[in-house]
Write a protein that binds this ligand. Sequence first.
Ligand code: HQG
Length: 182
Amino acid sequence: MAARPERPGPDVVRVSKRLSHVLRHRPDAVGLTPDDAGWVPVDDLLTALRLTRAELDEVVARNDKQRFAFDDTGTRIRASQGHSIPVHLGYVAAVPPDELFHGTVERFLAAIRAQGLRPGNRHAVHLSPDVDTARAVGARRGRPVVLRVDAAAVVRDGAVFTRSANGVWLVDAVPPRHLTEV
Ligand code: HQG
């Protein structure tokens, strides 16, 4: 198993938040135009955010969830998931484990019980491979509530799952009948 990355310092976190915002939601705010797959030229990003390549490399490498990825040549960068801008990430369909998890909070439960999981502003519903990760996702908003997703049943219904480069499972929606509270 790889060593746990050192806890990022405040500057790394600050730049990471900025990068998330720019690469997922508002590239236009700093004059960037990602291609269809969400990639932007690294040089343009460095200029736009006034970063050095070494600073960017450090933020990408130390990011706690490995949110950003360089392409094979290292000349382009994108967020691995979480976009609200239109992107085709190009992940191939994958068969998920039979169970996945979703972290949320109490105040969304009534709507989730009625409608199932919906993507909201993002392109897909984000599901976690384990309860602890889901709990951390839910805890961003308050006291976490974890839902178990019968992913095998969602697959049987015909839904297509993909897995992002940083291990998040993505699907269009999950109907309420395939959700149970952990
Ligand atoms: C809730 C973070 C009402 C859903 C995390 C969630 C994740 C509903 C919120 C990634 C609903 C959407 C994504 C329905 C779902 N009615 N509320 N029908 N269906 N919801 O942030 O999953 O740090 O778009 O439970 O770690 O919280 O950004 O999704 O609370 O991987 O890299 O609507 O974002 O990663 O919120 O988080 P989000 P999420 P990063």
